[in-house]
Design a protein around this ligand. Structure first.
Ligand code: P6P
Length: 335
């Protein structure tokens, strides 16, 4: 007999209750978030059916960073853009799939700027590996009509951020400025995101590391020494760390958030600025990890949320995870 949960909190109810906590709230953020959840549900639908309706494979085009675009990259990007446009609450949008900022001139009352990676990890799609949508929401400066300066800001100014992982089920993780981290699971039967992981907290430490060791030839010495140290017998456990690397940031991040450990994509001699993008990968993930009790730093060991992107597709190295695991990375950079 399936256990029925009588206190079901849908994302819609959660957002309404959040809004009621802020007397000055206009409801614009809530409406923007409804458009966001619609895009997650739509993308989840297409990913689930991709193999059946021949949506896997390449679209025959490439994106801003030269990646070959998958058919689902293009579909998801279009879905996301249209959801933001039709909400009327988004003034400008940065997408990994778009070279330039998209301005929604008709949204004359819009107060938000959104950055997103519609399908992060899409190179894994055909292999059935979990991919995801990462998003970050900034509020426009008072009186601003929407300029690049409204989004080229440090992550400390984000009003909300999170990601949806499209795996066995669609898992949505969201956090608001100064708030907790909450996880929702899409119930395909009723088409609602249900609160399944309230107040997610990262374990303070965990012997799991997640990095592409194929790049180790290019790592700086402190990074090499740090990861080598994890492969030794640890003083307390008398065992080395476990290695877990999926190659899809959202999937590696979700596992790290649940189990603890460290995820890293260091800047290195091959990619001096790193590979992951600040606006729609590093900063939103850093906000989630900090609000869940963890840490996130760049390759200079600076707090990731204080890094200001120079351009909309600017990149950074990143180490994020359990608080004590990031402290250990820092200790190797002080020597
Ligand atoms: P690599 C996917 O392409 C991505 O942007 C992230 O999702 C992932 O963490 C990283 O790149 C994987 O990169 O070089 O290990 O394949």
């Amino acid at each position: 007999m399936e256990q029925v949960n009588y206190n079901i909190i849908t994302l819609t109810r959660f957002l309404t209750e959040e809004q009621s906590k802020h007397k000055e709230a206009t409801g614009d953020f809530t409406l923007l978030f409804h458009a966001l959840q619609f895009s997650f549900k739509s993308i989840a639908y297409y990913i689930r059916r991709a193999t059946l309706i021949n949506l896997t494979g390449l679209a025959g085009s490439s994106n801003t960073t030269g990646d070959d675009q998958k058919k689902l990259d293009v579909i998801s990007n279009d879905l996301f853009i249209n959801a933001m446009r039709s909400s009327g609450k988004c003034a400008l949008l940065v997408s990994e799939e778009e070279e330039n900022v998209i301005y929604f001139k008709d949204a004359t009352q819009a107060r938000y700027a959104v950055a997103c990676d519609p399908i992060d990890g899409s190179s894994n799609l055909d292999a059935g590996v979990s991919v995801g949508t990462i998003f970050a929401i900034h509020k426009l400066a008072e009186g601003s009509k929407g300029t690049p300066e409204d989004i080229l800001k440090p992550g400390t100014e984000l009003v909300a951020a999170g990601f949806t992982m499209y795996g066995a089920s669609a898992q949505l993780v969201i956090t608001m400025k100064g708030g907790t981290v909450n996880g929702f699971t899409l119930d395909n039967g009723v088409g609602e995101f249900i609160l399944t992981h309230p107040d997610m907290r990262l374990p303070r430490k965990r012997a799991i590391y997640s990095v592409n060791e194929g790049n180790s030839l290019y790592w700086e010495d402190p990074v090499k020494e740090y990861f080598e140290s994890l492969k030794q017998l640890q003083p307390e456990s008398k065992k080395p760390y476990s290695a877990r690397y999926i190659g899809s940031m959202v999937a590696d991040a979700y596992r790290t958030l649940l189990y603890g450990g460290i995820f890293a994509y260091p800047a290195d001699k091959k990619s001096p600025k790193g590979k992951l993008r600040i606006l729609y990968e590093c900063a939103p993930m850093a906000m989630v990890f900090e609000n869940a009790g963890g840490q996130a730093v760049n390759s200079k060991m600076e707090r990731m949320l204080e890094v200001v992107p120079e351009t909309i597709h600017d990149k950074s190295g990143i180490f994020m995870g359990s608080y004590d695991e990031v402290e250990k990375v820092k200790s190797f950079h002080k020597k």
